[in-house]
Unconditional design. Structure first.
Length: 743
């Protein structure tokens, strides 16, 4: 895997192929494109039918991936799709990241990775692009041999004509293939013909990650490069009012100490010199935008509020139904702020040359990086070239580019390439968090224990609006324009005025597949000044906890099996019901758990996928211990089952860390958790056995990276109730267990 190669872009630019995106042809853009494609083939021997695929004279297929590899396996997935239609081994494809050019903006008009959309986006277009290349190669060989193209076949990067015994490798055909017209509707393989899709398991980046040749953002080295460590204020938006830096400047290797509105940067020849010197600084800080904020006060206020919210859904007549119900229940569920905490902290390497900027960043959106840097240092975004590197985790955090703007501001001042690395403490305390959320639920049952009404009120920060406010507070000089271009101000205005309900705060509730005749979903927005953003599975991460836990409560209230209550609410033969029944069979639901253990069930629809999970839990000496998790997913066609399984395992572990122990709390506007000692991830010895089943499907792929997380917390909470009789309605669950223990 060639992480920093620019071949993909340069080749595509010279070839003049059309942008590969949904609804856009992969063919060339008129006669000029064809001429450029032929000229390039004659000059270099390379055949580039589109911006993504290039066949080299050696026969190697070069693939430009316009997504970020954050460990989710997109490079392997995209290589698998191309290998399938080109009939080449997956391992023979040279994968590299596409740079930040407009042709690669295929997601909402920008180049970005998120929302579990990468395989879904690329499944059709990439296969079409590869199938077009394959037909052009076959046509070239057939024409040179004077035989019908229909008599030729391909395998292992070779075109063969069985009747005459002739064959030619793809590398031999590049110049001839470049002269052929790009087919607009090439034949793609039917599922029964797949040789790689659904079968290939090896990751294309595994060797590089094992032997150390993989390039993450933190590994980038440029000639004449210096390093920078940064110090941020204790609260968001706090500015340094005075800086005593004599001791820091005396540290060997230190080149300069720079003040900015957002903090102080120490520049040195080596990072550890800069970091050591940064600890010698004496800084006085202004109050900042979040001074005085207390997350516990917010929690109490949300519990006590009587205000109704903005309607997201209102079916039937909830109040009348609840008034006539045979039994009713009410509960409040709570979820804390959460940091993304990727293992690789925020970092960025920037070189400023006049008004042109070159960037190396582990980012989820090169387009967002361009916008942030453009506004931070006053250059045009089209003069900023972003090279995407491998990322050591992201979970949504790398979709915001405040760190890149900071690096660019430092680089402009020192006039040398700068690699800026945040400390773990900065990464934890300068985050863009999952919102703290409270959900007030009421439900009603009929005489048979069937759910007839559900009233859901979410009280929390709307991500779209408050991400804008929080970003402006944390980085006031750079972000308003950048934010406005990435997210239209009209959308901000509509959400902010209450004209429409913010979509992420109520997702998973307002669009639930449960057929509840009387259903009301509302959002009561709050604003804190704390920056919030997209965290793995976004609103689904807390809405599933509330709804699936509450359904369990209603099931027990009506003396019915939680599985049967859910089955009755889902249409027979539907994907959600199929997955629910599959996990029940996998976990042998209904059989008694081992002594002292309880089993909990939850399911959830998110990112167009269906996931259901059963957790087996025990409480040992006051510590919640999850022994096993059974997980079933329907994500359409499984391009790479091993990657899907790994993503579900990762989501379950990530989700279990958050469900049990993790929270971000604020006192007087300051984050109290500074590192992994107070924001603990799951330890190896605590990891449960995870059993994953992927349902077979011929449908197009749907999301994988995020859907495994939402059902985990409610499944665990429901299992705790089954094991102990105690209902925990607040995350982190371990904290709730400890604080609510009987005295």
């Amino acid at each position: 895997m060639t992480a920093l190669s620019r071949r993909g872009f340069l080749g595509g630019l010279l070839a003049g192929g059309g942008a590969l995106s949904l609804g856009i042809s992969v063919g060339g853009c008129g006669g000029g494109a064809a001429q450029r494609r032929v000229a390039r083939a004659d000059q270099t021997g390379e055949f580039a039918p589109n911006l993504y695929i290039t066949v080299l004279p050696s026969g190697v297929v070069s693939l430009a991936v316009n997504k970020a590899e954050i460990g989710q396996g997109v490079t392997t997935g995209y290589a698998t799709l191309v290998a399938e239609e080109l009939d080449v081994p997956v391992e023979s494809i040279d994968v590299h990241f596409a740079d930040s050019f407009p042709e690669y903006r295929t997601s909402f008009g920008i180049q970005q990775t998120g929302g579990s959309t990468s395989i879904k986006e690329g499944f059709g277009p990439l296969r079409t692009a590869a199938a077009a290349a394959r037909e052009m190669l076959i046509g070239a060989a057939a024409a040179s041999w004077g035989v019908p193209a229909a008599e030729c076949t391909t395998a292992d990067g070779t075109v063969r004509h069985a009747a005459s015994g002739r064959s030619a490798g793809y590398g031999e055909l590049t110049k001839l293939a470049a002269r052929r017209e790009v087919p607009s509707n090439p034949r793609r393989k039917a599922p029964g013909e797949f040789r790689h899709i659904g079968k290939h398991g090896r990751r294309v980046d595994a060797r590089a990650k094992v032997d150390g040749s993989a390039i993450y953002g933190i590994d980038v080295v440029r000639p004449n490069m210096v390093r920078a460590a940064v110090v941020h204020g204790p609260t968001f938006g706090a500015r340094p009012t005075s800086v005593r830096d004599d001791a820091a400047r005396a540290v060997p290797g230190v080149l300069d100490v720079l003040r900015f509105p957002w903090g102080v940067a120490v520049v040195a020849e080596k990072y550890w010199q800069a970091l050591a010197a940064s600890r010698q600084l004496e800084i006085t800080w202004g109050a900042g935008q979040t001074a005085g904020f207390d997350s516990e006060e917010l929690r109490r206020a949300a519990r006590e509020t009587k205000a109704r919210g903005i309607s997201a859904r209102d079916d039937g007549d909830v109040e009348t139904s609840l008034g006539g119900a045979a039994a009713t229940a009410a509960a409040i569920y709570e979820a804390p702020f959460l940091a993304h905490a990727p293992l690789e902290p925020q970092n960025c390497t920037v070189e400023v040359k006049g008004r042109r900027v070159e960037v190396w960043a582990p980012c989820q959106s090169p387009s967002v990086v361009q916008e942030f840097i453009a506004d931070a240092i006053g250059v045009d975004r089209d003069d900023i070239l972003v090279h995407t590197t491998l990322s050591g985790g992201g979970f949504g955090r790398r979709g915001v580019a405040d760190f890149a703007a900071q690096a660019a501001m430092i680089a402009r001042r020192v006039q040398r390439p700068v690699q800026m690395i945040w400390s773990r403490e900065s990464d934890m305390t300068q985050g863009f968090y999952r919102p703290q959320t409270t959900a007030r639920l009421r439900g009603g049952l009929d005489a048979q224990g069937r759910v007839t009404a559900l009233d859901s009120q979410t009280i929390g920060q709307p991500i779209i609006v408050d991400q804008g406010l929080g970003l402006r507070a944390a980085f006031p000089s750079a972000l308003p324009k950048a934010l406005g271009r990435v997210l239209s101000n009209s959308a901000l205005a509509m959400f902010g005025s209450g004209m429409i309900s913010e979509p992420f705060a109520t997702e998973g509730v307002r669009d639930t597949p449960y057929r509840i005749p009387n259903l009301r979903v509302e959002l009561t927005p709050v604003s804190t000044g704390i920056p919030v953003s997209f965290w793995r599975s976004v609103g689904h991460s807390f809405n599933a906890f509330a709804v699936e836990s509450f359904l369990d409560e209603l099931a027990h209230l009506g003396k019915r099996d939680p599985l049967e209550v859910r089955r009755a609410l889902l249409p027979e033969g539907s994907r959600p019901r199929r997955v629910l029944e599959a996990v029940a069979a996998l976990a042998r639901w209904g059989e008694p758990a081992a002594p002292g253990r309880g089993r909990g069930l939850a399911r959830h629809s998110s990112f167009d996928s269906e996931v259901a999970e059963v957790a087996e839990v025990e409480v040992i000496d006051g510590r919640i211990r999850v022994h096993r998790v059974f997980c079933v997913i329907d994500c359409g066609t499984a391009v790479n089952p091993d990657v899907i399984r790994a993503q579900l395992e990762g989501a379950i572990i990530f989700g279990l860390s958050a469900a049990l122990d993790q929270q971000i709390t604020f006192v007087d506007g300051e984050v109290q958790q500074k590192n992994f000692d107070t924001f603990p991830p799951l330890r190896c010895h605590e990891c449960p056995e995870i059993i994953v089943q992927i349902l077979e499907s011929d449908e197009a792929p749907t999301g994988v990276g995020e859907p495994g997380l939402p059902p985990l917390a409610p499944a665990v909470a429901n299992a705790i109730f089954a094991a102990t009789g105690r209902r925990l309605r607040r995350m982190p669950l371990q904290l709730a267990w400890n604080e609510e223990a009987p005295k």
